[in-house]
Design a binder for this molecule. Structure first.
Ligand code: ADP
Ligand code: ADP
Length: 222
């Protein structure tokens, strides 16, 4: 079973804006897949369809074997998402956020284990998220996505606004998840970040998938 499979997926706005156009893509279980494309290429739209936040105009998508349009609840239960532009509750502590995610998913993860995985110590976890740096916020958001040990982790522009240390943290957490057998779908407009973690890369441009290959394969092609 593929972790993600889309067939001829198209999303049109109005009569002539194709956010994605005839996208057929397979992400195998256990791989770290880079979804690379400039702003406006259609990356978020694709992710939104996988999670049933947006309905496709044509085509179909399955996630972990579930039909995105029919079984969104099952998908949400098994997928961890780091959205682009996520928000935290300024007055709640880091720990509160993780506890909230644990409740929401109905799982029994130990919040301290999750905080530990993303490198937030007890004193950081006790502070309100409003006092966090961008890097700490990102680690907390990633911790929330990791609650329930998802089979698939979807990261939408996870490195936005981070300094090099923050980017390295994201890379390490991503690779840890993959080493544990999880699949990662890593969406970004920055080649170097995709290159650093991904087994294979799909390149999206103006809604169309223009190449899918390993980093080495893509390098040989140019
Ligand atoms: P990316 O995530 O790669 O930056 P998006 O999926 O956000 O790209 O957007 C792809 C294209 O679809 C862009 O041209 C964007 O303006 C357009 N688009 C996205 N959502 C809408 C919408 N709700 N209405 C109209 N156009 C949209
Ligand atoms: P991202 O950078 O993650 O692609 P965007 O800033 O492009 O996000 O889009 C944020 C939201 O605005 C999305 O829900 C998208 O569907 C919507 N959107 C994007 N472009 C347009 C557009 N041209 N018209 C209407 N809504 C849009």
């Amino acid at each position: 079973m593929a972790a993600i499979e889309t067939q001829n997926l198209t999303k049109r706005y109005g009569s002539d804006v194709y956010a994605i156009n005839d996208l057929s893509l397979t992400v195998e279980e256990g791989e770290v897949f880079g979804f690379l494309g400039p702003n406006g290429a259609g990356k978020s739209t694709t992710i939104d369809i996988l999670l049933d936040y947006v309905r496709p105009s044509a085509g179909s998508a399955t996630v972990l074997g579930y039909d995105a349009q029919r079984d969104a609840d099952a998908i949400h239960q098994r997928v961890g998402i780091l959205p682009d532009g996520y928000s935290l509750y300024d007055r709640l502590s880091g720990r509160d956020h993780i506890e909230f995610a644990v409740d929401l998913k109905g799982v029994n993860d130990d919040p301290d284990d999750v905080l530990d995985r993303v490198g937030l110590d007890a004193s950081a976890a006790a502070r309100p998220a409003g006092t966090y740096s961008k890097g700490m916020s990102q680690r907390l958001a990633l911790g929330m996505a990791l609650v329930g040990d998802p089979d698939l982790l979807i990261l939408d522009e996870p490195s936005t606004g981070l300094d090099p240390d923050g980017i390295a943290d994201i890379r390490e957490i991503t690779l840890d998840h993959a080493a544990d057998g999880g699949t990662v779908f890593f969406s970004s407009h920055i080649l170097s970040q995709v290159e650093a973690v991904c087994d294979r890369v799909g390149i999206l441009n103006r809604g169309r998938l223009v190449a899918v290959d390993t980093i080495d394969g893509l390098r040989d092609a140019v």
